[in-house]
Design a protein around this ligand. Structure first.
Ligand code: HEC
Ligand code: HEC
Length: 351
């Protein structure tokens, strides 16, 4: 009796997400009240997303690392970079990004409007000066006319640049994935093997404890202790990137930092040491390599990681003891179930 009461109390005290492990089909795209979309705004944002003027040396657009041909990711373990520097993290797919509560692997940006200026300013990504880019865009008559159409006057500001890009990014959803069809009642939506994998995903594999909802992620951060890539630890360019980011976040020991501290850099909560945001799993079959540092080349390796109970020293995961057949079913579910029809897309003409 007492035990039962304690259990009920424990359940009541848990954050609401913990038992919310239900998978949902992609619904309507959330609308930003502060930045309502219009067709003209989305079109302008699309042009800017593909415009290499946004980078300091004019070689790189947002699409360089978020390529429509690769589900708006870049297919590399760690992403591309400004010449002579190196990035330190994997480029996330932007499909379904409108559904994210926190942006970046460590959740350091809260809105797409805020996020868009980070890569432009980042010394190891686009390395652009924002005062300068405003003038570059303002010097192009076609852009000036479009800003006037969208905002009512000709002023080209960094905030407006970010608003249009964000409006474009929110349109990036995929539709009608096999999982969506299955969840909407089509029993043949998933193949029989993928359905078995769905059972493992939501059952013995415990994946749906963190990967649920429309995007298959819980808007939380977990310290799974994904291994560091030893090559990255040594590369002086990545050492510089790591120290630079930590320095920007006022981490005192930035010069002796030898690994990616993840969410800890933002919150300084001990629980957040090496914690990363649960990634969305939409389009997962096409966005290898995996994890914040791209350490795993295949879904098989990711499944083996979870089956083994996560990385050394983590206190979040336990070994799953999945059979080889169950692991195969899980892989087939991830490979076949989560890829939808890509957003309707035509490349813009850059003025
Ligand atoms: C040089 C490669 C590169 C370029 C250029 C780049 N990004 Fe990214 N992008 C990344 C990487 C790497 C991350 C993850 C960084 C992290 O989590 O610390 C990221 C993260 C993001 C995210 C967060 C996605 C999520 O799920 O949290 C958005 C949104 C985004 N980029 C949009 C843009 C926009 C808009 C531009 C152009 C203004 C741009 N990116 C330019 C590499 C790039
Ligand atoms: C405790 C929460 C939690 C559970 C349980 C969990 N995951 Fe994850 N998953 C995460 C986090 C956090 C990451 C990102 C880790 C990182 O980047 O360092 C992740 C990463 C992934 C990735 C890589 C995604 C990408 O884009 O890089 C895949 C695939 C994945 N998980 C599948 C699964 C499967 C399959 C299961 C069940 C066997 C599972 N997860 C169980 C939290 C969880």
């Amino acid at each position: 009796m007492k035990k039962k009461l304690l259990l009920i109390l424990a359940v009541l005290c848990l954050p609401p997400n913990v038992f919310a492990g239900e998978l949902k089909p992609f619904g309507n795209i959330p609308i930003s009240a502060a930045n309502p979309p219009t067709e003209a705004k989305v079109e302008l944002g699309k042009k800017l997303f593909f415009d290499r003027r946004l980078s300091g040396d004019g070689t790189t657009s947002c699409a360089t690392c978020h390529d429509p041909e690769r589900h708006f990711s870049d297919g590399l373990p760690i992403s591309l970079n400004y010449p002579t520097t190196r990035n330190w993290r994997n480029s996330p797919s932007l499909i379904g990004v409108a559904f994210q509560k926190f942006l970046f692997h460590d959740g350091r940006a809260a809105s797409l409007e805020e996020q868009a200026l980070f890569p432009m300013m980042s010394a190891f990504e686009m390395n652009q000066n924002l005062d300068f880019v405003e003038e570059e865009i303002r010097a192009v008559p076609e852009y000036v006319a479009e800003f006037k159409k969208v905002f009512g006057d000709e002023d080209v500001t960094r905030q407006r640049i970010a608003m249009t890009i964000a409006a474009f990014e929110r349109t990036l959803v995929s539709r009608d994935a096999p999982l969506d069809r299955f969840l909407l009642g089509d029993k043949n939506g998933l193949s029989p093997e993928a359905q078995k994998g769905y059972e493992v995903f939501t059952g013995k594999g415990k994946c749906a404890e963190c990967h649920f909802g429309e995007k298959l992620a819980d808007d939380r951060f977990h310290a799974l202790h994904v291994p560091e890539n030893p090559e990255h630890l040594q590369d002086p360019r990545i050492v510089a990137t790591r120290r630079f980011v930590a320095k920007v976040y006022h981490y005192e020991a930035y010069r002796t930092l030898s690994e990616d501290p993840g969410r800890y850099l933002i919150t300084r909560e001990q629980n957040d040491w090496k914690a990363f945001r649960t990634p969305a799993l939409r389009e997962i079959a096409g966005t290898a390599p995996y994890m914040h540092n791209g350490i795993y080349a295949t879904l098989q390796e990711v499944i083996d990681f979870f089956d083994a109970g996560g990385g050394p020293g983590n206190t979040v995961l336990r070994p799953l003891q999945l059979s080889p057949a169950e692991k195969d079913q899980l892989r087939i579910f991830l490979e076949q179930g989560l890829t939808g029809k890509p957003p309707a897309f035509t490349y813009p003409k850059i003025p």
